[in-house]
Design a binder for this molecule. Structure first.
Ligand SMILES: *Cc1c(COP(=O)(O)O)cnc(C)c1O
Length: 392
């Protein structure tokens, strides 16, 4: 009997999420309303640290809004990693700014602070570190570089819920903004959605104004309360980036289940770590493995489990992934680095030798399924299939 295909990713949607969406549909409030507001409050309380949370319809929107609110514009340079999804870099182009791509630290797969330092020019305005796979970047080094050069820091935390850096929750550090994704495959899923966490109320306010067409609600609430409820003022050519209450309903339940879902992913990662220890693969870096600068007790969000095949492995990347598919297991690659993507490669004349660590990792990488809906038997199938291909 052949078992059904095990997909690479699946959202963990249970009856509580379904009930919450149905209630929202029955409430008559489909778009942004009381549900989105509650989701923001609960998300901010979850992070702690007196932050504000601004709900948006994607992390891409959130990154765009954060950079816009921080004043990034034409000609400015924004340093980010080549080893990421294109959204981390494209938002700078939305604003007429230039992303400057740098290599990763092969020990963490996150942006290399030394490479960031080398890329700083007189035009550099911001750094966008990406917490690859759910392991936080070396935020001490990044914030130190930013402080010394007067740069803004916007964390791409699309993988990093929940994660910590030296015991502190990602989102509550001294960055200017931290942006989360609630895309269908992420660790908290609303289909499409995102959140911007910010400390400066003026930045939060600009994000809220630009999130919805440049409508300045505070301006007329605070100063023109003699105006009727139907009156509104447009103060900028804003965007349409608001999160619906339907998505927020999913998000609020998922946030309550975040710990439980994370525990499951962490348990799967531990099983993989044990099972693959003797195979010709490099395991994903994790706090406590002696190779990363993190505190041993730091939380890894475990969004991705990306192995790197060693040179002596019996199969290469393409054969490994197709072999896994043949065994009924979906795998993926995170990422085809930006320096290989036609747009980025051609615009900035990028070549693989400029990013040796990302290039080397990319050529050997495979992401295995890791999500809370996987059963113990599913995990066993992945281990068995990988073991067969890697000569266990
Ligand atoms: C998913 C992802 C994004 C974009 O998130 P959306 O919510 O789909 O816009 C940005 N950066 C990284 C690293 C991601 O993985």
């Amino acid at each position: 009997m052949t078992e059904p295909f095990l997909p690479f990713a699946l959202p963990d949607i249970g009856q509580a999420e379904i009930d919450a969406v149905v209630q929202t549909l029955q409430s008559g409030w489909l778009t942004t309303g009381p549900g989105a507001r509650l989701f923001e409050e609960e998300f901010a309380a979850h992070l702690g640290g007196g932050l504000e949370a601004v709900a948006v319809n994607s992390a891409t929107a959130g990154l765009h809004l954060a950079l816009e609110a921080l004043g990034i514009g034409p000609g400015d340079e924004v340093i980010t990693t080549t080893h990421t999804f294109t959204a981390s870099a494209e938002v700078a182009r939305y604003l007429g700014a230039e992303p400057v791509l740098v290599d990763i630290d092969p020990a963490t797969l996150c942006i290399d602070p030394a490479a960031v330092e080398r890329a700083v020019t007189a035009r550099t305005r911001a750094i966008v570190p990406v917490h690859y796979g759910g392991l936080s970047c070396d935020m001490d080094a990044i914030l130190e570089i930013a402080g010394r050069h007067g740069l803004k820091v916007v964390e791409d935390a699309a993988h990093a819920l929940p994660a910590t850096w030296k015991g502190r929750t990602i989102g509550t550090l001294a960055s200017d903004a931290t942006v989360y994704s609630f895309y269908a495959t992420k660790t908290l899923a609303t289909g499409e959605g995102g959140m911007v966490a910010v400390r400066d109320p003026a930045i939060a306010r600009r994000c809220r104004v630009m999130r919805l067409h440049g409508i300045d609600r505070d301006a007329f609430d605070r100063y023109t309360s003699d105006k009727p409820a139907w009156y509104y003022e447009i103060v900028a050519p804003g965007y349409k980036y608001n999160l619906t209450d339907v998505a927020a309903a999913l998000g609020r339940v998922q946030l309550r289940r975040l710990h439980e879902m994370h525990e499951r992913r962490a348990a799967i990662a531990r099983r993989y770590d044990e099972a693959f220890a003797g195979l010709p693969v490099r395991l994903p870096p994790r706090p406590g493995d002696g190779a990363v600068p993190h505190a041993d007790s730091d939380v890894h969000a475990r969004h991705l489990y990306a192995i790197r095949l060693e040179d002596g492995a019996p199969v290469g990347q393409a054969d490994f992934i197709s072999g896994m598919a043949g065994a009924g297991v979906g795998c993926s690659v995170h990422y085809v680095p930006l320096h290989l993507q036609p747009y980025w490669r051609d615009r900035y004349r990028l070549t693989p030798d400029m990013f040796p660590h990302s290039q080397r990792a990319y050529e050997r990488m495979a992401s295995l399924p890791i999500y809370s809906r996987m059963s113990d038997a599913d995990v066993g199938r992945v281990i068995a299939a990988a073991g067969r291909l890697l000569g266990a």
